[in-house]
Structures are given as C-alpha cells and as structure tokens.
Design a protein around this ligand. Structure first.
Ligand SMILES: Cc1cc2nc3c(=O)[nH]c(=O)nc-3n(C[C@H](O)[C@H](O)[C@H](O)COP(=O)(O)O)c2cc1C
Ligand code: SF4
Length: 461
C-alpha cells in the first residue's frame, strides 16, 4: 500500500476535497467526484411510484421494538427524524416475518396483531416529511422483510436456524457441526410468511417491500448453499429458488398489488467458496459477479426494478459492508479501498443491468465529502440513488443540507467509530452514540457497566 496517501489507517485526515481527489488518483480508484449536487434532485419513476430525489436512507436495525415486535417511542422518534431529513427514499430496517426469525428479542416483527402500529409508523413518516417540505413531497417507504437465519436470537441467546453448514461461519459463532439444518418443508413454509408480511406491509401503507437477501441471513445464506441437498441447494436454480418463489407469490397476490418490489441483495459475501456467494470458485476472496448478475436479471424479469446492493457479512468481516475507522479490529486494507470495492462493484452491476435501478452504498465514511462522492457516482452512472446507513442516524438531515445548502456539515457527520455496531452486536438496541448522545450514551454506558460487572463477577467465581 502506498505510504504517500493522505491518511493513515483508522484516522480520517482529509481536510478538503482536493486531498481526497489526489488519493483517488494516486491509488487509481474507481471512486468519482462531482460537485454537481443538482443530480440529487432528480426524481426516479418506477411503475406508479415516484421517488422524489436521488438520496436514500439505508436500513439500520435499532433493536428497539417491544417484546411483540411493535415499534416503540424510540422507533417512532428515529423515523420521524429521518423523515424530517428530506431523503426521497426511506428504506426501513430489518423487520422479521416470523417469531423465531428475529435477530433479537427487540427486533421489529410485523404480525396480524400489530400491523396498525406499523401503519402509525408509516403515517408518521409521511406526515413529518410533508410538514417539513410541503404537501407535494412524498418520500417512498420500503419495509425490509427478513428471516435472520443463522443469526437468530431468542431470550437473549443465539438460536441459529441454518440452511446449510458453513464451517468458517459456524465456528465464528459456535455452531456445532451436529446442529440440525432446516428441512425443505420449513423453507417452503417461509414463503407464506413473507407473503403474509408483505400483505400486512401493504395494509400498513408502505410503498414497497424488500425481500432481504444479504449479510448472511437466511435468504442470503441459501444463495451459496452449494452443499445443501434437495430443492434449495446445489445448482444456481436451486439456491435462488426460495427467493424467486417468494417474489413470484407476492407479485401474483391480489392483496400485494402495486407494492414496489425490491430487494437488498449481496453481490459478494467475502467468504471463501463454497461458503460464499459472488466469490471466485478458484479459491481466495476474489469477486466473481457472474451469478449475482444472473440473479439480478431474473429478479428484473419478475418485476423487481429497485435493488439496494451491498456486500459482506457483518458477523464475519465487518469492514467489507461498513468501512470504518475504529472497530473490533483494524482492517489491513485502507478504508478507502473498502469503499472503492463497494462503489466499483455496484457500478459494474448498474452499468451492465440498466433495467434495474440500483441504490448504492459506501458513502458514510467520506463524512462531509460524501456528497461529492455520491454526486460522482450519479454522474458516472454507478447507481441511480445514493444511500446512507450510519449517516442516517448520525445526521438524519443530511439530505436537506445537500439539497438546500449544497453541503454536509463536518460537525454533524458520522465519524465511523462503530459504537452503534458494537451496541447492535451486544445488546440489540442501538443508535448514534456520538451525534444523538442524550438518548444513546446512557444506553451505551449501561451496556459497558454491565460488561464490567459481568467480568468482575467472573473473576470472583
Ligand atoms: C447499527 C447498524 C444496523 C444495521 N442494520 C441493518 C439492517 O437492518 N438491514 C440492512 O440491510 N443493513 C443494516 N445495516 C447496514 C447498513 O444499512 C449499511 O449497509 C452500512 O452501514 C454501510 O453503509 P454506511 O457506510 O452508509 O453506513 C446496519 C448497519 C449498522 C451499523
Ligand atoms: S455511533 Fe454514530 S458516529 Fe459512530 S459509527 Fe455509529 S452512526 Fe457513526
């Protein structure tokens, strides 16, 4: 790695956009820079849906539901702030489609008993956006439907539901090789769960649903279930079958009519073959987009015209999907290279499959310069919408500042400190500890105190 670049590992030291541009040139990266922020004002029309600008908030699981999966005051508060921020596409966090599929006891879960609470959440988003930006402003809302698969938890304990053994991932979270894999009948039953959740989402007023297939959760795991027997494992057709069947059923369901069909999809797991998807079959971690492209074309044929692309597995190599400065470990590679991987790979998909509209990721780490990088991606056709994950909880009004003032403020941006991720991993409930400190520092501190108490008890016993 060049020692002449402007920043050292783990410390963001760009003082201006020229420093960043110099590094991009020196390192010969695919990241593009543009100051044409007018590009963010472009509407995107998909079927009957108009996304009013080219900025999105990515799903950010807050682990703040009640025990039945309904939103709580903390959930409403987060989405009200996001809605008042001005992004044209608000992509809600992972919402479970079954009780056992929850990632923790406080993950949102939509059911026949609580869909009205989700309607209240969607109404709040729409109403808040209108209050801020006028009657005509209608951001589109997508709800992310998920089954957490191997990362399920129940009663505070891991409760892995796996479709196939993947030793490298099993070992990471202590799944024994004797742990049972789910039957084809169980996977068949999941189809109806997704359809029911989609129907409820439609009743609740969401504009679209996301059939989540990323980050190693159940549908994502199946994409690389090379070693599973039966109809959901082995061939490409079998590994993608469950996801495509779910989409098909939702598409033909009368109660789901007009829903914007979308997916948050991994194109690269960064897990070696045969345990990873989008990875070279010749060994190592090289990217191979042949199968992801084939799947995206099939999804497009089935009417999925909006896809949010991502990479990696946060439980395995976290910096692949969210490039950071401070975290559980400091990655060997420069952070900008992790961002480049995302932006370049997503660009390749957008360019080669123009019939789908791609939401890009990989921008929050660029802090106040992210708007230049995002505009560069739009200008060069690397995606049609620029999405922000951590930024959306650190700086919910980022879109307003870009669209109205042509800048992101350095004192408001996410500093990629990974504290939200640490909270998500340890207690489920999370938010921005740095920029929303009044609410989240006490929760973070309480988590830390409990860790200290636990280790002290451990010493004495
Ligand atoms: C605390 C936390 C929660 C997240 N929850 C979700 C989620 O519910 N669904 C999802 O697809 N991605 C989730 N992500 C990933 C983000 O959507 C996003 O892909 C990632 O943070 C990288 O984007 P960024 O660099 O803009 O933050 C989460 C990330 C973090 C840090
Ligand atoms: S806690 Fe806040 S500043 Fe730190 S990574 Fe998360 S969103 Fe960014």
């Amino acid at each position: 790695m060049s020692s002449n670049i402007c920043r050292s590992k783990g410390n963001f030291t760009y003082k201006n956009i020229e420093d960043l541009e110099n590094d991009i040139k020196k390192l010969n990266l695919d990241i593009k820079i543009s100051s044409n922020f007018e590009l963010f004002k472009k509407k995107l029309v998909i079927d009957n849906h108009i996304i009013p600008n080219a900025l999105a908030t990515h799903p950010m699981e807050g682990g703040d539901s009640d025990e039945y999966g309904s939103p709580t005051e903390l959930t409403y508060r987060k989405y009200e702030k996001i809605a008042r921020g001005g992004a044209g596409l608000i992509w809600l966090e992972a919402v479970s489609v079954t009780k056992e599929g929850r990632s923790n006891d406080r993950q949102l879960w939509i059911t026949e008993d609580n869909w009205k609470a989700f309607r209240k959440l969607n109404d709040l988003i729409k109403k808040s956006a209108k209050e801020e930006f006028g009657e005509a402003f209608q951001p589109k809302t997508i709800i992310q439907l998920n089954h957490s698969g191997r990362y399920c938890k129940a009663n505070g304990e891991r409760n892995p539901i796996i479709a196939t053994h993947k030793k490298i991932l099993d070992d990471k979270i202590g799944i024994s090789q004797e742990h049972p894999i789910v039957t084809d009948e169980y996977l068949d039953s999941i189809i109806l769960k997704f359809v029911e959740a989609a129907r409820l989402s439609k009743k609740a007023g969401f504009d679209g649903i996301d059939i989540k297939a990323c980050h190693g959760y159940l549908l994502s795991e199946l994409l690389s279930a090379y070693n599973r027997d039966g109809k959901y494992g082995g061939s490409f057709e079998n590994r993608t079958k469950l996801m495509l069947d779910i989409i098909e059923k939702i598409k033909e369901d009368k109660d789901c009519e007009d829903l914007l069909l979308s997916s948050r999809l991994n194109i690269y797991d960064a897990v070696p073959y045969p345990d990873g998807w989008g990875v070279s079959k010749t060994g190592g971690l090289d990217i191979d987009l042949e199968e992801p492209k084939k799947l995206i074309k099939l999804l497009a044929q089935k009417g999925v015209r909006l896809i949010s692309i991502t990479m990696g597995n946060p439980y395995f190599i976290p910096h692949i999907n969210k490039p950071y400065d401070i975290g559980g470990y400091i990655p060997e590679e420069e952070v900008i290279l992790s961002c480049n991987r995302l932006i370049k790979g997503i660009g390749e998909i957008q360019k080669s499959i123009p019939q789908v509209n791609i939401v890009g990721v990989g921008y929050s780490w660029f802090r106040e310069f992210a708007s230049y990088v995002g505009a560069g991606s739009l200008e060069k056709g690397l995606c049609r919408i620029v999405g922000f994950g951590r930024e959306s909880i650190a700086y919910p009004e980022f879109a307003r500042d870009i669209l109205e003032n042509g800048e992101m403020k350095s004192n408001k941006v996410c500093v990629s400190c990974s504290k939200c991720s640490e909270m998500k991993a340890k207690i489920g409930t999370c938010g921005c500890v740095v920029r929303d400190s009044k609410v989240y520092v006490p929760i973070y501190q309480d988590m830390k105190n409990r860790e200290v108490n636990k280790s002290e008890q451990g010493c004495c016993s």
